[in-house]
Write a protein that binds this ligand. Structure first.
Ligand code: PBE
Length: 274
């Protein structure tokens, strides 16, 4: 059980909302008298190991990612979000990890093409309709989507979707890459404002190959026994919806504001910290 004089490590992955939310968590903890430090730029495996052994105290994960990547549970026919959340909570408990809350928003993977390309190709609007064109198209992946079980391999299995080439890149660069025509298809995150700003069309996952990704706040089980920490972070329960998260991400990606400052402004505006 962590005392007020031990430092709580807040972990984060490598994209917009992860930087913003980890700053929020750290600022809330500090406002409640705890010491906290953000460690960002971590990959899923490092975060999973860290939160199990306590080197990471808290971080934001996503139900679909915890389900398929961390717990390696078998794909479902239809992805009922409540079933996914329940299985994740139970599975993580067995790994010394406590789900403190659902934050409120979903950050799903989608598949997107340029709007003008879609219009000139029979108005493609579902993943099924993309399949016949894929052999001539280049897919720009984030660093992991093309090889994770719930990503491209699942789309290959469910739809028979196979591209001419796959180019992995940092998640933040793939939006520029499709805008500039370096790639034809990308897997945007649904909380990213660049989908609209760059005139992309997201295609409906009409055979439900991909799981839901609700944002969940995870804590090391030892830390979760500290009622003060749990109570301090309870303010995030259901607090941030998808529209709000997209707007905060827009401030980061488009306005180029600092994550720490975005987090601070939001928490003050909401009356969460002074
Ligand atoms: N997501 C969607 C992934 C990346 C995009 C946020 C669920 C994840 O980091 O788990």
């Amino acid at each position: 059980v962590s005392q007020k004089n031990t430092t709580i490590v807040v972990g984060a992955k490598t994209f917009n909302e992860q930087y913003i939310l980890s700053e929020m968590i750290a600022q809330i903890l500090k406002d409640n008298g705890y010491q906290a430090v953000v460690k960002s730029g971590l990959n899923d495996g490092t975060l999973f190991e860290g939160i199990k052994n306590g080197q990471v105290g808290v971080y934001v994960e996503y139900t679909g990612t915890a389900y398929s990547q961390l717990l390696k549970l078998p794909a479902l026919q239809t992805w009922d979000p409540d079933v996914v959340s329940a299985k994740v909570k139970e599975g993580l408990a067995g790994e010394n990890i406590t789900v403190l809350s659902q934050i409120g928003f979903r950050d799903d993977y989608t598949i997107a093409v340029r709007e003008d390309w879609a219009v000139s190709h029979n108005n493609v609007s579902t993943i099924s309709e993309l399949v016949p064109y894929a052999k001539d198209l280049v897919f720009g992946s984030d660093l992991v989507f093309h090889e994770r079980e719930d990503g491209l391999p699942s789309l290959q299995k469910v739809y028979g979707l196979t591209f001419k080439d796959v180019k992995p890149m940092s998640p933040t660069l793939m939006y520029e890459a499709i805008k500039n025509g370096q790639v034809d298809v990308i897997p945007p995150y649904t909380t990213d404002s660049r989908v609209d700003l760059y005139k992309l069309r997201t295609l409906r996952d009409d055979r439900s190959a991909m799981p839901p990704y609700h944002a969940i706040l995870l804590a090391n089980a030892g830390l979760a026994k500290n009622p003060g920490v749990v109570q301090a972070l309870a303010v995030l329960n259901g607090k941030i919806d998808t529209t709000t998260m997209r707007e905060l991400n827009r401030q980061f990606d488009i306005d180029k504001r600092d994550a720490q400052e975005i987090a601070h402004t939001y928490l003050v505006q909401q009356g969460i910290i002074k």
